[in-house]
Write a protein that binds this ligand. Structure first.
Ligand SMILES: Cc1cc2nc3c(=O)[nH]c(=O)nc-3n(C[C@H](O)[C@H](O)[C@H](O)COP(=O)(O)OP(=O)(O)OC[C@H]3O[C@@H](n4cnc5c(N)ncnc54)[C@H](O)[C@@H]3O)c2cc1C
Length: 410
């Protein structure tokens, strides 16, 4: 049976036990769990013309399977998330590799002992590596800020090289910031690996769904209890009621088709959109993607090349490496980071984390705390970055709580 799509106007809301807004991993996992484990009838409201959220992929005009919202590679140490997803797809054992383009020379990232050979020549690199291993241990993952704090001038030289050639320009492009504006926590996360493992991720489970993500979502939502309404915005079908007239008055009920909905409502969109930006828009970075197709088998040496010292795009991805597709031609995608200025034309991709923005978000969040059946979940509703596996794990936990009847306290 395929996914059950319907027009929102035809939905009998009395027949629904739960409403889920958004069909990315956050929404789809909860919907699937409630439908399968508790036989609940679940309505999914999705504003895009397709399911799968940012994981959506499709074949382009040249027949190449491409990701439409940025390259997505699955990697995790979370057994539950991995075993859960295995039910819905076969998996290709793909291991992602990323190279930094330093004016035409390719260097492995994260920066590791192989990168060190290239940066400093084998002789000096050997000495530096021995020093770093003695200090931090073989195989250690040292952060750039830890390295920058070292007093040894040779270790500072390594830190400066990574900062100048791998980190600075890329981060400036990504966040639209000057070096002074970059939050120290961003530098703190940049790793230097004291190993020769050239893989981008070191997680236990890594791979790609063998028929793509959209097919995986179709399998997940192919359930007689799940109905999906595409092209439907929550704010256009939710009728919100508040406990007072003032701006900060909390939410007291959500009506659909004129009736209060008392079952679980899992909301995975941005909270500012739901409340029509009454406290102003939450700041995000957006992205533009430019696709190019070539009549060659491969255009890049690996899945992704980061442009860390040149170009105005941040990175290029060649999908065939990720998806395992073989074809005589190939499609690559250039990624440009942009300010998020127009919610009608742009997608919010990355929450811009700062104390001020967090407080701004919390003001929206406080409006929802009073409604026990309302559950904000996911990268948008929680205004933070999550990898796919974290979201799958959190969605499974929320489904557990709803099923166990603890949803009201969540
Ligand atoms: C460029 C990029 C690359 C990434 N690469 C990776 C990677 O390689 N590996 C990894 O693990 N993670 C990656 N991620 C993170 C991954 O995208 C998230 O973990 C994942 O999207 C979270 O799922 P979600 O359901 O919370 O959000 P989404 O996938 O964004 O789904 C939310 C859904 O809600 C819908 N929606 C929003 N508002 C409304 C509304 N008002 N009404 C109705 N529907 C609405 C949206 O249309 C969307 O379909 C990447 C993220 C980005 C931005």
């Amino acid at each position: 049976m395929p996914v059950n799509y319907a027009d929102y106007r035809d939905i009998d809301i009395d027949a629904m036990d739960a409403v889920v807004v958004g069909s990315g991993f956050a929404g789809s996992v909860v919907a699937q769990q409630l439908a399968e484990r508790r036989d609940m009838k679940v309505l999914i409201i999705e504003k895009r013309p397709h399911i799968g959220g940012n994981m959506y992929d499709e074949h382009d005009e040249a027949g190449i399977l491409v990701h439409r919202y940025g390259p997505h590679i699955f990697h995790t140490n979370n057994q539950r998330a991995f075993h859960y997803l295995r039910q819905f797809s076969g998996w290709l054992g793909y291991q992602h590799h990323v190279l930094a383009d330093l004016h035409g020379e390719y260097m492995p990232v994260p920066f590791n002992l192989n990168s060190m050979d290239m940066a400093f020549g084998p002789e000096k690199a050997e000495r530096l590596a021995a020093k770093m291993i003695e200090r931090f241990g073989e195989g250690a993952r040292v952060t750039l800020s830890e390295l920058r704090a070292e007093e040894d001038p040779e270790l500072s030289e390594v830190a400066d090289f990574v900062y100048d050639n791998v980190f600075l320009y890329y981060t400036q492009k990504q966040w639209g910031q000057t070096p002074d504006e970059i939050d120290p926590s961003v530098t703190a996360r940049v790793p230097v690996l004291l190993s020769r493992d050239n893989r981008y991720f070191q997680d236990t489970y890594q791979g790609m769904p063998d028929k793509g993500y959209t097919a995986l979502f179709e399998a997940m939502l192919d359930h007689p209890n799940i109905t999906v309404c595409l092209n439907t915005e929550a704010e256009s079908v939710f009728d919100l009621e508040f406990s007072g007239d003032e701006e900060d008055a909390p939410l007291s009920a959500i009506k659909l088709h004129g009736k209060e909905f008392t079952g679980p409502i899992v909301y995975t969109g941005p909270l500012d959109e739901l409340f029509l930006a009454r406290f102003g828009r939450l700041p995000y970075r957006s992205l533009d993607f430019v696709y190019e197709t070539y009549d060659v088998e491969h255009k890049l040496p690996c899945g992704t090349v980061n442009y860390t010292v040149s170009e105005d795009y941040t990175r290029i991805t060649e999908f065939k490496y990720l998806t395992g597709q073989s074809a005589p031609n190939t499609t690559i995608m250039k990624e440009y980071s942009r300010a998020y200025e127009d919610p009608d034309a742009q997608i919010p991709y990355y929450a811009i984390l700062s104390d001020e923005n967090r407080a701004h978000y919390e003001r929206y969040r406080a409006l929802t705390d009073s409604l026990p059946n309302f559950h904000p979940l996911g990268r948008l509703a929680e205004y933070r970055y999550y990898n796919m596996d974290w979201i799958v794990a959190l969605a499974l936990e929320l489904a557990d709580r709803i099923i166990e009847g603890e949803g009201a306290a969540a």
